[in-house]
Design a protein around this ligand. Sequence first.
Ligand SMILES: NC(=O)c1ccc[n+]([C@@H]2O[C@H](COP(=O)([O-])OP(=O)(O)OC[C@H]3O[C@@H](n4cnc5c(N)ncnc54)[C@H](O)[C@@H]3O)[C@@H](O)[C@H]2O)c1
Length: 475
Amino acid sequence: MTIPYPNTQPVPAIAAVTPPSGASRPRVTFLGTGYLGATYAICYAELGYEVLGFDVDADKIAKLNAGEVPIHEPGLDELLRRNLAAGRLRFSTDIAETAAFGDVHFICVGTPQRADGMGADLSYVEASVTSLAQHLTRKALIVGKSTVPVGTAEWVEQLVGKHTPADLGVEVAWSPEFLQEGFAVDDVLRPNRIVVGVKSEWANGMLYAAHKGVFDLAATEDREVPLVVTDFATAELVKVAANAFLATKISFINAMAEVCEASSGDVTQLARAIGYDPRIGNRFLQAGLGFGGACLPKDIRAFQARAQELGAGEALRFLHEVDLINLRRRTRVLQLAADLLGRRSGPAGPDLSGTRIAVLGATFKPNTDDVRDAPALAVAALLHKAGADVHVYDPQGMDNARRAVPELSYEADIAEAVTGADLVCVLTEWADFRNADPGLLGDLVAGRRVVDARNCLDSALWTQAGWEYRGMGRP
Ligand SMILES: NC(=O)c1ccc[n+]([C@@H]2O[C@H](COP(=O)([O-])OP(=O)(O)OC[C@H]3O[C@@H](n4cnc5c(N)ncnc54)[C@H](O)[C@@H]3O)[C@@H](O)[C@H]2O)c1
């Protein structure tokens, strides 16, 4: 039956459905136990669901079953161990077991940028859905959580139709995900909204039952979690539209930083002043090194590519500019480094040979170990390419950074990274760096010069301690 859409309701009136397994609550599986899927599997067990996490990466699954979280996400370790011990949570590489277990299967595999263009690589979605569908022996709901181009859910529905007998009645839904690394546990347990794209009352009911733990937790905390029930296309678009908006907001303030740099304005004061207007707001309005990570950059590119395919490319042309503003911030740090070190730039950029530079930060933001498309690591690589001897320290991202950019030197702590440095670049705003004592660090370096690429240091304090300080978009 078709239900009216869009249907936005804080307290939904949705008919109860019985899970096909006969269990009182739907049994849930998460296919792909990376940043998204592992966090979800663990948090849903914490909410009381019986959960099975599936991945093709046997090492990852072995770690998870041994109580070891393969990523750095605050609070997740303890929840993993507690729920493994409670018997509600397990992990497997066996797709037949996964198919047999679940009533609701969440697809959480990666959708990276394609190697040959800006579009999203859907091969992991295709592989996971196909293998799951081929092993299903009863009715189930397959729910996409990965971020995908609009139209993917319809395509997944066709794939499922191709690989499951029609009489099983397997259905598809899409529920995009908004968690932020570093806050992922709270974002999953206490989301600011849930969006579902469904085609039937049954799918709507199953998804409601699969989220009931979240609604129940909210009720005990006297909160409401708004639920937006909509069609496939809108659900898919909600996610990329949200990321496009956030990326635009960051690039807007970084564009203002560029103008401040040309006119000796101070973008930090400008941002504060405009952010007091509630229509603008001050969140995501910090000028600095720009956005990175496994989501915003590839999502705005895939969005443009998909809009182009649909004949709506003009509408998203501004996202190209958003991307360029963002990438220009990386070369700005290189320029500031050259200025502070008294090196001139030639046509191939500055020559930094013979200098030693400490890079503080490798992850794309604090409180994660994720270095995918991390601006910090990209800048460290640029400094290295310009000839500098680069020494990196990051509180959690060292292993991933070393694998991604092995040609840099990696140090055990801040002190080792800055010892003998001609310049310190703070590229990720970890609390350890924000709170570092400029006096103590000043005793270790060869020259008191600092680039604060995240505008996260107290510039007066550093200047008083004898440092030559450069921020982003600041005089
Ligand atoms: N990381 C985030 O903060 C975040 C937030 C919102 C949305 N998303 C979206 O969620 C999706 C996953 O992102 P992620 O950061 O967790 O990626 P990830 O790379 O950390 O994890 C993907 C996992 O999928 C596994 N996988 C690959 N092929 C598989 C298959 N055929 N079957 C089962 N598992 C398979 C990989 O081994 C890996 O563990 C992406 O679409 C991303 O855009 C991510």
